[in-house]
Design a protein around this ligand. Structure first.
Ligand code: ZN
Length: 147
């Protein structure tokens, strides 16, 4: 069971996704697809010459977990360096896939997804935005897929 407070945060971000919409003139962008659930996302980034994420936006349609995850991801990426973003993805992925993951609260708001680990199909929903981010950072031409 997801903690009630965590549920509230997910519902809030599903109803009112942050940083939702197209970003004009992004430096990086990519598409992502989770065929298992039907989630579709596009991530747009503006990264400056110091490798700092200045702007991040997303569009798409999907289930509440994928939408809330993309929304919370954009909030946590703003102002971070590309290196910090990659590290955050590794931590987030570890939290959702490793048997033992201590102190998920160090991921701040992203810890709301810790309970998703118990539902392997939903892990793909929660990580889609991050896989799409990776694709954008590496200028992948092919859409990211969770399959
Ligand atoms: Zn989904």
């Amino acid at each position: 069971m997801l903690d009630e407070l965590y549920q509230d945060i997910i519902v809030d971000h599903t109803r009112a996704p942050r940083n939702f919409g197209v970003l004009q003139d992004p430096s990086h962008q990519a598409q992502g697809h989770n065929p298992l659930c039907g989630d579709e996302l596009k991530i747009f980034l503006l990264i400056d010459q110091n490798n700092i994420i200045q702007k991040v936006r997303f569009t798409g349609a999907g289930c509440s977990i994928s939408t809330a995850s993309a929304s919370l991801m954009t909030e946590s990426l703003l102002g971070k360096s590309v290196l910090q973003a990659e590290k955050l993805f590794q931590e987030f992925h570890a939290m959702l896939t490793q048997e033992q993951f201590d102190h998920p609260e160090r991921l701040e708001k992203l810890a709301v997804f810790a309970g998703v680990k118990k539902y392997p199909a939903r892990v793909k929903c929660a990580t889609l935005a991050w896989h799409t981010l990776e694709a954008a950072l590496h200028h992948e031409q092919k859409p990211a897929s969770t399959e």
